[in-house]
Design a binder for this molecule. Structure first.
Ligand code: AMP
Length: 249
C-alpha cells in the first residue's frame, strides 16, 4: 500500500503573529516556520502504518515556495520515504492546492491520502474535503483513529458530542485530528539520512494546473490588545468596580 501525505509550511505555533503595517497580510519576515502540526500527525500516522507492515511507501508532498523543502525534509526525517515539492511563488489557495493534489494522486496512485484537518495559519479546514470532491474518493475527516484492513479503512471521527466510525473503501482520503497520535521527534541520524532521500521538484504547469485564485485577501487585522489589569484593595472595591465600571453586576 502506498500513502501520500500532504504537508504544509506554516508559521510555527509558538510565534506571536504580526500584521504588516499596511494591513495587507501577516508579516512573514524573519518568522520561524514549521510543519503544520496536523500535517505532522498525518506523517506520524503514515509512518506507523509503514512500521506495522500495512504500507510499503510513504510519499510526502508540499506546495509553495522553495523553502517548503525544509518541511518536506522534516517529514522525511520523521520516516517518510520520498518527497515531492510543487514549487509556486506563494502558497496557492485551497482549491488550487486541491487541484494540484488531484494531479499528484493521478500520477502516484496512492491507496490512502492523509492530510491535516486544518492549517494553523489560514484555518481553512477545506483542502481534504475539496480533494474528495475533485477526485470522487471517499473521505473520513477529523480522524482520531485509523484502522486499515482488507482494502478498507475504518476512520473514527471526532464529531460534536461523540465519536462516529465510518468504513471507506480504498483508495480514500483521511484528515487528521489532534488526538490521532502523538508525533515523534526526529532523531539526529534520521535528520542526516533525510538529506539523502529523493525529493522531486515540479511546477503547477508540469501538472497542467492553473493556480489563479478567485479569493482576494482584503485586509488583515491583529486581535484587539488586552488592556492592563488593575489591582483592587478588597472585595468591596472589586464589587464596586464590577457594578459601576464594568457594569456586569
Ligand atoms: P486547510 O484546508 O488549508 O486548512 O489545510 C488542510 C490540510 O491540507 C493541511 O493540513 C495539509 O495536509 C493540506 N494542505 C493545505 N495546503 C497545503 C499546501 N500548500 N501544501 C501541501 N498540503 C497542503
Amino acid at each position: 500500500m502506498k500513502i501520500l501525505v500532504a504537508v504544509k509550511r506554516v508559521i510555527d505555533y509558538n510565534v506571536k503573529v504580526r500584521v504588516k503595517a499596511d494591513q495587507s497580510d501577516v508579516d512573514l519576515n524573519n518568522v520561524k516556520m514549521a510543519l503544520n502540526p496536523f500535517c505532522e500527525i498525518a506523517v506520524e500516522e503514515a509512518v506507523r502504518l509503514k512500521e506495522k507492515g500495512t504500507a510499503e511507501e510513504v510519499v510526502v508532498v508540499s506546495i509553495g515556495p522553495k523553502a517548503c523543502q525544509e518541511q518536506i525534509r522534516t517529514a522525511l526525517a520523521l520516516g517518510a520515504d520520498r518527497g515531492i515539492h510543487i514549487e509556486a511563488d506563494t502558497t496557492p489557495d485551497s482549491l488550487a492546492v486541491a487541484k494540484l493534489l488531484k494531479a499528484v494522486v493521478a500520477d502516484e496512485q496512492p491507496d490512502l491520502v492523509i492530510l491535516g484537518k486544518q492549517s494553523i495559519d489560514s484555518d481553512n479546514n477545506q483542502t481534504g474535503q475539496m480533494l474528495g470532491a475533485l477526485t470522487g474518493m471517499p473521505q473520513g475527516t477529523f480522524a482520531s483513529e485509523v484502522v486499515v484492513n482488507d482494502g478498507k479503512v475504518d476512520v473514527t471521527r471526532e464529531v460534536d458530542g461523540g465519536l462516529q466510525t465510518v468504513r471507506l473503501t480504498l483508495p480514500a482520503i483521511v484528515t487528521t485530528d489532534l488526538r490521532l497520535n502523538e508525533p515523534r521527534y526526529a532523531s539526529l541520524p534520521n535528520i542526516m539520512k533525510a538529506k539523502r532521500k529523493p525529493l522531486d521538484v515540479k511546477t503547477p504547469a508540469d501538472l497542467g494546473v492553473d493556480t489563479a485564485s478567485n479569493v482576494r485577501l482584503l485586509k488583515a487585522e491583529p486581535p484587539a490588545e488586552r488592556s492592563a489589569g488593575v489591582r483592587v484593595a478588597d472585595v468591596a472595591e472589586l464589587v464596586e468596580k464590577l457594578k459601576n465600571e464594568a457594569k456586569v453586576l
